[in-house]
Design a protein around this ligand. Structure first.
Ligand SMILES: NC(=O)c1ccc[n+]([C@@H]2O[C@H](COP(=O)([O-])OP(=O)(O)OC[C@H]3O[C@@H](n4cnc5c(N)ncnc54)[C@H](O)[C@@H]3O)[C@@H](O)[C@H]2O)c1
Length: 373
């Protein structure tokens, strides 16, 4: 087996600190504020990344984050340039605020390092095309860390979609809702790549585009500015795919009652994932013939159409079980750098996500539907 890849982290804040713990502990678990590394377990299905990745060190512009790393026994570099000059470093993990990714990625590849870059990899698709051109020219790997494809809630929904567990899907809704407003750090400043579209939008768009292998025909989006005027603190994005399948993706930071994370609707059932613990339900029709029933009283009127189904015409089922390698992204990054695998998350996929976000912003600005692909 080859020697583990030596990786250095630039930007050792919330996420970079998480990566440092995940890599140094070998667990892949990025619970950054947990000091109890020993309690971080690797599941039976997870790659042991201690055999593939070694933490060469970290660099952060803030002295308190340098101190944080030193306290944990990590080597700290004095500057980003010092990382680039270290010939023992094979790869750089970029976890700085979004506006810095472009220049850092290019500098790292030109210095002969492969790059694992936090999402959103760039602020615009044009910046990303620049970076991908440098990856091609230098022969280095540029790997977008669009890691929420490995979230359990998404894997459950993808399984329901792929295996048609509720029939042919005609609508999917994903809602990521918090109540703390937009964070008070760089995420609230446009020039730093702030806003919830770039923050959470990138994840939920990426996952949907991977799940539904079709062209997106139409995009309609409204952004919210409840707690921040400069950057979107949430959005509601409507997509229509080529087949007519619709999706509604919503992010909010001023929501005080829980909403399900996912709801998926097919012609033979519906399913819901309620929370990060992946509680939820799948209802599956056994008999379409039970269409007509007596009207029920609904509010001030009668309805037959919306009357509940008879119990024996629908099955209430648990959500399907899913098993996957939680460390697959780290592992695939290393294999790709070694020339032993293709990238699971590609630069081209990241370009498509950024273009879709640009279409969403254009729709929001114009108040109109934007034709996409
Ligand atoms: N994939 C995910 O699930 C996920 C989750 C959180 C954050 N992120 C991404 O990670 C990146 C960092 O986000 P965060 O939440 O850790 O932010 P953060 O503010 O907690 O950390 C950023 C760190 O970068 C440091 N920094 C700023 N300028 C620097 C420079 N020139 N050189 C070196 N260090 C510098 C800051 O001091 C800070 O410690 C962002 O791109 C963000 O979108 C990804």
């Amino acid at each position: 087996m080859s020697e583990p890849l030596r990786i250095a982290i630039v930007g050792c804040g919330g996420m970079g600190g998480g990566h440092a713990i995940a890599i140094a502990s070998g667990s892949g678990n990025a619970e950054w504020n947990s000091n109890d590394v020993a309690s971080q377990r690797i599941g039976a299905q997870d790659t042991d990344i201690s055999k593939k990745l070694v933490l060469a060190g970290t660099y952060d512009i803030a002295e308190e984050r340098q101190e944080w790393a030193r306290e944990r026994g990590y080597h700290t570099y004095g500057s980003f340039e010092e990382i680039l000059a270290d010939e023992t470093v094979d790869a750089v993990l970029i976890a700085t605020p979004n506006h810095l990714h472009h220049d850092e990625a290019i500098a790292a590849m030109r210095a002969g390092k492969d790059v694992l870059c936090e999402k959103p990899v760039m602020i615009t698709s044009e910046e990303l095309l620049d970076v991908l051109a440098v990856a091609k020219e230098t022969g280095k790997v540029f790997y977008p860390r669009q890691n929420r494809r490995w979230d359990k809630d998404y894997r459950i929904i993808k399984k329901i979609y792929d295996e048609k567990l509720v029939g042919d899907v005609f609508n999917v809704e994903c809602k990521i809702m918090g109540s703390r407003g937009i964070p008070g750090d760089w995420r609230g400043v446009k020039a730093y790549g702030g806003g919830m579209m770039l923050d959470w939008g990138v994840h939920i768009i990426d996952r949907l585009l991977i799940m539904v292998p079709e062209k997106v025909k139409r995009v309609f989006c409204s952004c919210t500015h409840v707690t921040n005027k400069e950057c979107d603190d949430g959005f509601k994005l409507h997509l229509t795919f080529e087949s007519g399948l619709t999706a509604v993706l919503e992010v909010g930071t001023c929501h005080f009652v829980p909403s399900p994370i996912w709801t998926i609707y097919g012609n033979y059932g519906s399913a819901r994932v309620d929370n990060w613990e992946c509680e939820g339900v799948m209802m599956r029709l056994t008999d379409w013939s039970d269409k007509d029933t007596k009207p029920i009283l609904a509010g001030a009127g009668l309805t037959k159409t919306m009357a509940p189904r008879l119990e024996n015409s629908v099955d209430e089922l648990s959500l399907p079980e899913v098993e996957f390698d939680n460390n697959e992204l780290y592992s695939n990054f290393v294999d790709t750098c070694r020339g032993e695998a293709e990238q699971i998350v590609t630069g081209e996929q990241a370009v498509r996500v950024l273009r879709l976000m640009e279409a969403a912003f254009a729709s929001d600005a114009a108040g109109k539907i934007v034709e996409f692909e």
